[in-house]
Design a protein around this ligand. Sequence first.
Ligand SMILES: *[C@@H]1O[C@H](CO)[C@@H](O)[C@H](O)[C@H]1NC(C)=O
Ligand SMILES: *[C@@H]1O[C@H](CO)[C@@H](O)[C@H](O)[C@H]1NC(C)=O
Ligand SMILES: *[C@@H]1O[C@H](CO)[C@@H](O)[C@H](O)[C@H]1NC(C)=O
Ligand SMILES: *[C@@H]1O[C@H](CO)[C@@H](O)[C@H](O)[C@H]1NC(C)=O
Ligand SMILES: *[C@@H]1O[C@H](CO)[C@@H](O)[C@H](O)[C@H]1NC(C)=O
Ligand SMILES: *[C@@H]1O[C@H](CO)[C@@H](O)[C@H](O)[C@H]1NC(C)=O
Ligand SMILES: *[C@@H]1O[C@H](CO)[C@@H](O)[C@H](O)[C@H]1NC(C)=O
Length: 492
Amino acid sequence: MKSSTGKILERIPASGTCFSVVAVLVILNCLLLGFQISSNAGRYESTWWLASAPPMACTNASFALDEKLNMSSIDLSKGEVRSFRAHGVASRLIIEVGSYRNGPRTFSSVVMTSKLLNELHDITHECEWVTSDSKALRVKAMAIKPDWNMGRLYGTMVLVCNFPRDVGTDAEGGQMILTAGYSDSYRIPERFVALTEMRGEYSASHFQQPYSYDLAFCGSPLYGNISPQRVREWIAYHAWFFGNRTLFMFHDAGGIHDDVYRVLKPWIDLGRVQVQNLRQAEVYEGYYHHQFTILNDCLMRSQTLASWTFFFDIDEYLYIPEAHSPRAILNLLAEQARNNVTQILFKNIKISDALCEKSNKTTTEAQSMAKQSRKWAFEKLVYADCNYGWEPVESRKYALQPQLVWATGVHYSEHLKQGHYITMDPTVLRSYHYHNTLNGRWETCKDFPQHPNGGPNSVNVTNCTTDHAMLSFAPAVKSYELATIGEQPFLL
Ligand SMILES: *[C@@H]1O[C@H](CO)[C@@H](O)[C@H](O)[C@H]1NC(C)=O
Ligand SMILES: *[C@@H]1O[C@H](CO)[C@@H](O)[C@H](O)[C@H]1NC(C)=O
Ligand SMILES: *[C@@H]1O[C@H](CO)[C@@H](O)[C@H](O)[C@H]1NC(C)=O
Ligand SMILES: *[C@@H]1O[C@H](CO)[C@@H](O)[C@H](O)[C@H]1NC(C)=O
Ligand SMILES: *[C@@H]1O[C@H](CO)[C@@H](O)[C@H](O)[C@H]1NC(C)=O
Ligand SMILES: *[C@@H]1O[C@H](CO)[C@@H](O)[C@H](O)[C@H]1NC(C)=O
Ligand SMILES: *[C@@H]1O[C@H](CO)[C@@H](O)[C@H](O)[C@H]1NC(C)=O
């Protein structure tokens, strides 16, 4: 984010600053406090509140009120005036995550918000572009709520500011200010600087091809005891598959522990992997480690980095049956872009998490297992096309042209600015889902089908054909990894 170290363009009250109205309230509260101490002393015997409320505490607002309220309309002239002391967790209207310029006249802010507060207060959002000569242009924000139905305290909101004309394109600098107004008479609208653009910072070239990368990847939040070796395999495979001009953006919600970071480090040093540390977001209660929030924030970051952005998980492997090669995906995407396709959806095929290709080169069973355990997951796990009791084509993931959407989701974006989406034929592009192989640091092989194309031997399924498509890429991927980042340890 931009820092606000430059010239102050307009005085914005910082949070925690006392409004005059707050000061009045604090004084009012002190009077009430005094009143209560004398009149209620008999009833509240030596409570902490009395004991720890020296008169000095009344000189700042944090003691009694940590919310900025306008209570001047409340009539306190009659009866015994009661006050209400709040404790515990308050929910926030807006938790800023990131604000971005998306073009000459468009900005987006990704925030978390208490869904209940939003609905009960019928919040209105407004954007202002303010320049050093204090000229301000205001527009109502479009609020997109991609995970509103996920039933958690905090939901994702993408606030889109679409000004009627270009702003700041003279590179004179300015600020984008967001206001969220409560529709009640007690609360003063929240108003804060979402983004500061310094003089000379704007350049039209940031929003046009060529971008620094061909492709970007936005990963979902990582958590749990993730296997470093599985991460190593995924990144090596996709770095090879997508080509050298790809930026992988990973999001750490607790899963990028020391050994995983060690695996990523050589790629980070090459500028091909970025890690966002989002562990502090865990403080707030939201859906699946704030997955929607984080994917939208990543979408916004990718808008000035690449022509296409992929959204899938790091236990999923993209595969192009025909002409599988490092250039194939770029050719495929270029063709889609020429056809005005903004988003492609591709199907996931669920690989067995236990069924492995049996190695028949070694002599003893023990040697075979030892050799097997050093193999990469996609080098040994096979897809068995048979009746497992679940549907092998299970879900979809996607890629899109990030400049052409307003916001996004986990399985697709329903907010295209232009163009259309297509679902890829799995014989053209598909993804293998290595479910259950990423979280946990153990050997995955449990079952071995009879070779060749025999049925699995102990999972009680019959009439299967096995798909070995991924197995053959291991040598190319391993030598690509070696050429790119050198010898790496095996850290299961
Ligand atoms: C408010 O007063 C308390 C007690 O005097 C003090 O510890 C605290 O730092 C003050 N807070 C602010 C924001 O001034
Ligand atoms: C506070 O509320 C009163 C009465 O509703 C209103 O007249 C006044 O403008 C409000 N003050 C602020 C700072 O919003
Ligand atoms: C793509 O969109 C442009 C502008 O709307 C149009 O001129 C062109 O014919 C479209 N191309 C295809 C292949 O549909
Ligand atoms: C294992 O043996 C079979 C039959 O001899 C052969 O077709 C197959 O290619 C061998 N597999 C491997 C992985 O060497
Ligand atoms: C397979 O079926 C047999 C006989 O019905 C049963 O004893 C065995 O536990 C099953 N194995 C698995 C892995 O479910
Ligand atoms: C096995 O698959 C074939 C072809 O799909 C089918 O005709 C046959 O009925 C299947 N057999 C069993 C035991 O499911
Ligand atoms: C990609 O990077 C590798 C390793 O640095 C290099 O050997 C290879 O030539 C590069 N490929 C292309 C197409 O530039």
